[in-house]
Each structure stands twice: as C-alpha cells, then as structure tokens.
Ligand binder design. Structure first.
Ligand code: FES
Length: 386
C-alpha cells in the first residue's frame, strides 16, 4: 500500500507519537469525582419513552349507543409522556385466562397529558373493546404502552391544508389533532369530515360544535338518514371538492377498511402523490379459512418454554395471548416492530399487505407475530414484555 506524503500528515504523525504522554497527563489532571448515577439526557428519554405504564380508569362517558370515552390517569406519576396528536397507545388487561392488548388512538390532546389525563374513545366490537364497553369500571387498573405511531402531521411532508376523514370510532385521533391545533401545538388548516350512519351515532357532538366556533370546518355525512344541516351519502370526490382543493390538500383517514378503499378510489382520478393520503393502520385479524389446520407452537421467553396449540387462521400473537403468554406488542399491524421475534423452525405466512420487515430481518428469520400465521408446527423466541 502506498501512502501519500503530505505536510499536514507529517504533523499528525508527530502528534500521534506524543499521544501516550498526553493521555497520561490528562488522566493525572482529571477529576476523581464519581460519575453521576444518571444523566439528564437519559432522564429525558425515560420521561418521553417509559415503555409500559400503570394506569387507572378514572371516568367513563357514553358517546353513542356503541361508543364510550375512557379517561385514564397514570399511577405513580403525575403526567403522561408528551406525544404527537394522532398517535395511539396499546391497552392491556387479563380477560379470562388470556392477557390481551389492543391499540387505541388517543382522543385527548398532547397538552392534557401534562395534567395526567389520557382519553380513549372505544367502539363496541371485538373481544377487548366489548370487554371495555361492558365490563370495565372506574378504579380498574391496566398496563398501557407509551404513545406511538406515525399517523400524525409532519410539517415537511404535509400540506398546510389537511382534510381528516373519519368513520365510526375513527373520529378519536382527529379530536386530538383538532385540540392540538387549538392549543398551538400544531399548525394546519383543518377540515374534519365525519361519516356516521345516523345522528344517533355521532360521537363528541358537543366537542364538534365547539371546534366549529374555533375555526375548524366540521362536515358530518350521514349514510342512513337525511337531515338538514348534514351531508347525506358517502365521502365522494364530489363532496370533497365542495370542501377543499383536492390537489392542494393532505388527507388523513381513520375508520373501517371499506372506507379507505372507497375514498382512495374516489381520489384515483386526481393522481395524487402517495404522501398526500395517510391512513391509520388497522389491526390484523383472523383469516377466513373453512377448516383451519391445527399446529403446535413452541415459544421460548428467556429461560421459559411453552408448547401451545396454534391454528392456521390465527396470528401467532393471538395464539400466544390466548395461552396467557405476555407478548410485547403495540400496533398489531406489522409496523412498529415491538413484537419482533425469531423463528427457529417452521413455515409461516405473512398477512397480505403487512410485510414491513427489513430485508436483513427477513434474512435472519425475524418475524412479527402480530401479522404471521403458521403453516406448520413452529418454534420461536419472543422478547420479554416487561
Ligand atoms: S405489534 Fe407492531 S409489529 Fe407487531
């Protein structure tokens, strides 16, 4: 190998020859004070990212015949971590012998987190939500993950004009986004388009009225009822054109998958860039298979090993939860990587459209159990939840 001689390189060599001497000198002159037990930057990181929190349910409010709002306070702490409006938390509790978690969008504002308030709007559907709707009571305690997710406004990416399209309980992240704007934590022009079957199913009625008086355009679209003061039908391109300049807008959607498909189809002719439409991720559910095959799933968690029954149509995460195993998870949609595990043996299938693993993770047999279905007996290693 040839070295190029340069004057400055030569000076560096002289400096280098004195490095041992210099190091000794610095060590001799250094302070012998012990290092602090913690550093400010680590303390701040812990405040913002506490992992799991212990929370207590302090209030339940009925919003519609199928939706309630649940207010939580954090135990052993005087505030929740700050978050971006639009994010979600994962709530965990024991139902029968299963340890179950579900992600829910936050309905309160980031500013309210500093007053130890965090609200979730939950619609009665599925195991966990029905449990919350029918059985949860004030005073109950839960585990809650730190706020997470990328369904929020980004100044550099998004247009200043945003249209938020909600269906059913999909209204919750937009209540938070509207409050964050009014608190001065976000800066956008917001139009909220909210689809409900009839007026009976409109959640947050008073809050929506209040938002309208404070500069947020609120449009309610009723699909099964015609009434003065409301739009009727579905969220079509024609309706969107009435309330925004489609080519000069960023769309946020939260609601049922059928709504995403419908609105995307309506917007297709406008050839919008990918970044112009964001949709909140939905949990990965069971596969529709007439006679699902049964398998054995061997699970290693640190020193413990469990052998449990698995089914072809159920994700590995649901299978493990049903068996009472505490599996770390947040989004249940394949995106956050929180459930990242290692597959030692077996064949599997990743849910359609949910492959979010990096190439290196795939190569080294990492899997996301929340979106993985077994195709044979399997053996996996999962991380410890907490
Ligand atoms: S829980 Fe988010 S990737 Fe599995």
């Amino acid at each position: 190998m040839k070295f190029k001689k340069a004057l400055f390189g030569f000076i560096d060599m002289i400096r280098f020859s004195k490095i041992v001497e210099k190091r000794k000198e610095h060590l001799e002159n250094g302070s012998d004070e012990p290092l602090p037990a913690t550093f400010k930057v680590n303390e701040l990181a812990k405040e913002l990212h506490p992992g799991y929190m212990d929370v207590e349910l302090v209030e339940i409010k009925t919003l519609t015949p199928v939706m309630k709002e649940f207010t939580f306070k954090r135990l052993n702490h005087d505030k929740f971590p700050f978050f971006r409006a639009g994010e979600y938390v994962s709530l965990q509790t024991k139902i029968n012998n299963s340890l179950v978690s579900r992600p829910y969008s936050i309905a309160s504002s980031p500013a309210e987190a500093f007053s130890n308030i965090l609200k979730l709007g939950i619609q009665k559907e599925g195991l966990f939500s029905t449990y919350m709707f029918e059985k949860a009571k004030v005073g109950d305690t839960f585990k809650m993950s730190e706020p997470s997710g990328d369904f929020h406004y980004e100044t550099l990416r998004d247009n200043k004009n945003i249209v938020c399209i909600a269906g059913g309980s999909g209204i919750t992240p937009f209540i938070s986004m509207a409050k964050a704007k009014l608190d001065g934590d976000e800066d956008y022009n917001m139009t909220l388009i909210y689809g409900a079957r009839t007026t009976q199913f409109i959640a947050y009625k008073e809050t929506l009225k209040d938002l309208e008086t404070k500069g947020i355009t609120v449009v309610i679209v009723l699909s099964d009822e015609e009434k003065e003061g409301y739009e009727h039908g579905f969220v079509t391109a024609k309706l969107l054109e009435k309330y925004c300049d489609i080519n000069n807008t960023t769309f946020f959607m939260c609601g049922p998958t059928v709504m995403y498909t419908f609105v995307r189809k309506e917007l297709e002719p406008y050839k919008l860039p990918i970044k112009a439409i964001h949709q909140d991720a939905a949990c990965c559910g069971d596969l529709k298979i007439a006679n699902p095959r049964a398998f054995k799933l061997t699970v290693h968690v640190e020193e413990d090993t469990y052998v449990i029954d698995a089914k072809e149509n159920e994700t590995l995460l649901v299978t493990m939860e049903r068996a009472g195993i505490n599996v770390p998870n947040k989004c249940r949609a394949g995106g956050c990587g929180w459930c990242n595990s290692i597959c030692l043996k077996g064949e599997y299938k990743v849910a359609d459209g949910r492959e979010k693993r990096r190439a290196a993770d795939i190569k080294f047999n990492h899997i996301h159990p929340c979106v993985t279905y077994p195709l044979s007996d399997m053996e996996i290693i999962i991380p410890l939840a907490y």
